[in-house]
Design a binder for this molecule. Sequence first.
Ligand code: CO8
Length: 269
Amino acid sequence: MDFGTYETLIVEQQGKALVVTVSRPKAMNALAGQVVEDLWALTEVLLGVGRDGEWPVHGVVITGAGEKAFVAGADIVEMQQMTAEQGETYSRRMQDVTLRLEALPVPVIAAVNGFALGGGCELAMACDFIYASRNAKFGQPEVNLGLVPGFGGSVRLADRVGIGMAREIIYTGRAIDAEEAHRIGLVNRLFDDAAAVVEGAKATVAELATKSPMAVSTCKRLMNEVASLSTAEGLDKEASAFHTAFETEDKVEGVRAFVAKERPTFPGR
Ligand code: CO8
């Protein structure tokens, strides 16, 4: 599969993972309009993974170039010249990118190395799991700029850490270090440094590659769908997803292999 080339993203297939590095080191990898458009174009390609049983990658790892920053937010220099209408367009476009990341057929892991502030924290929270190096710093510092979260923070932060903690983080704009982010559930796993966090994320993708791609993909879709539903509505979605899984070739192979005491070879259909 050709994943394309991009002005502000380095996109490399490494084993079973697609490693995507946001690369604007002079501006702490801030999400300039070009980065948003590049992410939009890349997600367009990635939405096709799994079509016709083709799984060139089993997960996407998003990280930032250098050791200082994952992504230090929206581009503040660009925002200085924007009208309110342009600001809203920018917000909606990047929100659509985050929805696409959630809609991808494979899990996405944020490998956070350094600052993940504002739009950077929001990009990480649109990923399925967040892994971080010990120098990572998270936060929604928009109030320091007279702004509010614009790329999903007001919704997704509460999903991760609970409404009380999310309110405090957003109203105060304070930075949260890696240890605290781990303790409050924003970060799944901590690693010693930037290289280790990417390797850790790749190792998880390698593990995911041994599972049924159809089942993992359906689990991802299901968990996003049920997040905002009542228990009864969520259970209904789950039963439908269970039905869908029963119709896959992966289910036939997975159950067959278990009964035969063999390792499954999933067709990915
Ligand atoms: N945008 C543009 N440039 C940036 C950004 C940014 N977000 N962050 C850092 N830079 C640039 C600096 O201007 C500086 O450039 P130069 O060398 O040309 O002066 C360079 O990166 C290095 O930065 P610092 O010298 O400040 O490095 P420090 O190590 O001293 O500090 C920090 C690092 C703490 C990350 C600091 O740069 C900082 O506070 N950055 C801003 C963080 C921030 O406020 N982020 C939130 C932005 S708002 C947002 O994301 C809202 C999202 C929704 C928007 C909705 C659409 C309108």
